[in-house]
Design a protein around this ligand. Sequence first.
Ligand SMILES: [Ca+2]
Ligand SMILES: [Ca+2]
Ligand SMILES: [Ca+2]
Length: 462
Amino acid sequence: MVSIPGKGLTDHDQKGFSAVCGNSAVSGRLRLRLAGTKWRHSPLHGQAYQGAGSYAAICGNGALALCSAECVGLSRAFAVSRKGIGPMKALYALSLPVLLLMLPNAARADCVNPAGVEPDIIYNRDHKTYQFCDGTNWQSMAGGGMRYIQPAGCDNAPAFFPFTAQAGLAVSTLVTSNIATITGMDAGCTATVSVSGASGSPEYRVCSTSDCSSVTQDWTAANNTIDMQGKYLQLRATTSASAGTEFTITASVGPVSSDWSITTLPADCSLSPVGTVCADGTVYAGTSPASSTPMYVTRCDGGRVWGGSSCGGSRLNTSWNNGNSSGYVNTSVSDCAAAPCAGTADGRANTTTLAAADSDSGAGGTQPHAAAVYCDGLNIHGYTDWYLPSLPELDVIIRANNPDLTNGTGDDNTLGDFAMTSYYWSSSEGNSALAWRQRVSDGYSENTSSKYVAIPIRCARR
Ligand SMILES: [Ca+2]
Ligand SMILES: [Ca+2]
Ligand SMILES: [Ca+2]
């Protein structure tokens, strides 16, 4: 008796065939030579013949498991039972290359010992099971074996099943493919389903419904033999930890393969369209008119934080000054008489100035310019150089976020998380009491807003 705890193969009886193989690593079937006299060839656990694998071992109901490295322990254990056991009691578990070498030349001929042709049926007293000749070997009809009898020459080649390439993906993120429909095979004709890829730990699942609400094979990386006609195939994998890196996943159903490409965000997302989320989590917003260099905004409005799939927290509504409607201060930030102010108005310089300036002459000491101070002190996406954009910069941001300057259309919120009907503060000053703000929905800007009004802000950097 052989006991192999934890390997799924627990035992065999004196006939050598009562071992139980529940190991999911089983990936193929082979013929097994018993007692040096007869070749047996049994289907097992839904697996079709497959050339990969390293070792063989006997499983339940006469099946022979071809195992990958995970099953190596099986063959070693069974090797112990080879010596001194009489005919029909010995188990031979051989490494795959050896097993193939032992296949007789008659592998393509009719069944032998006893002689037979397809579809002859015999009863094997030794193993108390019926066997049929598939034209080459005597196949077991015991247990679930009958499930794997396929009509000769059945079509297990599906029509090509495309997977949509995905780019601009966040790094180190598990992503799923579209759900591909598998057609063009004969119903009942099984095929080996597999997935491969050098990186990303790819897996597949098989569903019986187009939305995968009903799963027939849950996520796995293992090969499986499945009747795929009319079913649905979906892939998943983890994106690269590096920016701008493509992984290619290959899925196969029978002889047909299809590639799925998943590419992470580029390191320099300013080469991508506005609204592209950069590898660092910031959002490319266009070119700053103040510096003629790329400008980025936070993923979410002031007060909110990206939670992985959406912005969380409460949107900050802040005054431009300290919230007082008296004691206004005309700072050294250049006053802007009319929109869009000077094209070179620099939000970064404005913010530095405002963060150090007193906003309320009626109160002793220094009161903050709250909107600018928020951006000046912000530490997010790995940066601390955030600033409150000037009006010309805010105009670029708002037009990037709503290109047609019309609310309720498909181009809304290209940059994400803007309150579409709100005004947002710029760092451009109007005079002592007023500052410039701009509305997202239509791009309208005004300097008639008192500095104490509390509205949203979006910080930028470059
Ligand atoms: Ca001023
Ligand atoms: Ca003061
Ligand atoms: Ca729009």
